[in-house]
Design a protein around this ligand. Structure first.
Ligand code: FE2
Ligand code: FE2
Length: 201
């Protein structure tokens, strides 16, 4: 069966959420003394959550899905404005995460609390964003958009249809590195069981 852009959006959300969950669980575990800090892994996770939404996902929502819905459903304007403001806020939060990670790396334990807070703030923010899209925007899009709109949106989303491998496989190595470095049960971390990461269907 042909994949629609709704399936692709949901699949991209699940890939993003798996890294968000892994980041939160790993930092919670460091704070609780269950894991040792691995700055290479933390940097890779932050690189993924910085790059993939920006390079793969948000611009397609803004330029195609949101733009077509704005035409067909003028009453969705405030919701679309809010989601676009959240897209614009993402890079500021990931820049703050990166600064907090550098501080943690330099200050060691003294920087952990601030970094932990930034991780929680970022993960909560993105979680709410995804929920808002899935509970409010996507149902409205399914109700109001026409076949011509979907043809345009599908074409845009199909240009990079596999978020598990990234744009032209650009993020494949990064995702694989996160999975292999993350300690079990979050990732593989030397074990053969991988329960923390969802895998592509
Ligand atoms: Fe979004
Ligand atoms: Fe999204």
């Amino acid at each position: 069966m042909k994949k629609t852009s709704i399936d692709l959006i949901l699949n991209e959300h699940r890939a993003f959420e798996s890294v968000l969950t892994a980041l939160r669980e790993f930092v919670d575990g460091i704070a609780a003394g269950r894991y040792t800090a691995d700055f290479g892994l933390l940097a890779a996770m932050i690189e993924y959550v910085t790059e993939v939404p920006e390079q793969v996902h948000h611009h397609k929502e803004d330029e195609y899905l949101f733009a077509r819905l704005r035409l067909r459903a003028p009453d969705a304007g405030p919701l679309i404005d809010e989601l676009m403001r959240q897209h614009a806020r993402g890079p500021k939060l990931t820049a703050a995460l990166e600064r907090a990670l550098i501080h943690y790396r330099n200050a060691e334990k003294a920087g952990l609390d601030a970094f932990h807070n930034k991780v929680n703030e970022y993960v909560d923010f993105q979680w709410q964003h995804i929920l808002k899209e899935e509970r409010e925007l996507l149902p409205l899009a399914q109700e109001r958009l026409l076949a011509d709109d979907w043809a345009i949106i599908d074409a845009a989303f199909l240009t990079n249809h596999n978020p598990w491998r990234g744009v032209e496989d650009e993020y494949a190595a990064l995702f694989e590195r996160i999975v292999s470095l993350a300690p079990a049960p979050i990732g593989l971390g030397g074990s053969s069981a991988n329960q923390g990461f969802r895998t592509a269907d």
